[in-house]
Ligand binder design. Sequence first.
Ligand SMILES: [Zn+2]
Ligand SMILES: [Zn+2]
Length: 287
Amino acid sequence: MPNYDPITLSLRSQDLTGRIFGRLKVLSFARYIFVHSQHVACWECQCTCGTLKVCKADTLLKGTIKSCGCLRREMHTKNLLAQTFGKLHVIDFAGYLPKDSIHPRAYWLCICLCGTSKIYKATHLLSGTTQSCGCLRREMNIQRNTQGRVLPGKTKMPEYTIWCTMIQRCHNPKNKSFQRYGGRNITVCDVWRYSFKAFLDDMGNRPSPRHTIERLDNNQGYMPSNCRWETPYIQSRNTRHNRLITWNGQTNCLADWGHMLHIHSSTIAYRLDHGWSIEEALTISVR
Ligand SMILES: [Zn+2]
Ligand SMILES: [Zn+2]
């Protein structure tokens, strides 16, 4: 009888009877199998769905197995549309693979907060194995290896925040500014998009807290040849809002009108966008 075999005894010493692993409840000892020149105990389990299954002790203890297979099947039939997993947002069903399998795996198209879109397996999303396109790890590496790092007790570099925001408004459709950037095909060049270090090397440190990143040509994206640190006044001359306005025979850009009349240029732009006449927009004083 195996009970007298010392190896068997030591292996059986871990009695799993009655223990619960995920959806599986261990009913009784089933048998030994011989794997890689070792005896492995197998236990008869019952899944919450009622199915009986014999499972190897190590797969139960490691958590590799949690159900008779029904959990996995459910994951692949679940509708994940519009759900969010970490930085990934599910935007479309990609299909089942392999097609001829009895247990096909569901795949979903996701867009990452960084703007990258990619297809992922349902189980990887639901189990939390996949939480970003890989940018999460890249960001952590950047923080560790370059000047964008977060030192204990210190906040992030402002250039790093600017870099993140720039990518967000160009590549994340959920960003509130996306329409005015990504929506108009304003993108961040690949070198900058995937490397904060490259961005910082090209742009240098921000000269002062009043400086922001500005594109020389508003119809071109963010790339070394089109970007400069600017202070808000100079920048406002370049914005799309800043059209030329003729009033009383004089033509000036919106920023100059604002300066002359002591009305903030964005107030004038807002008024014009909301149906005010040029006369009203330029003459009615701000309370
Ligand atoms: Zn089951
Ligand atoms: Zn990403």
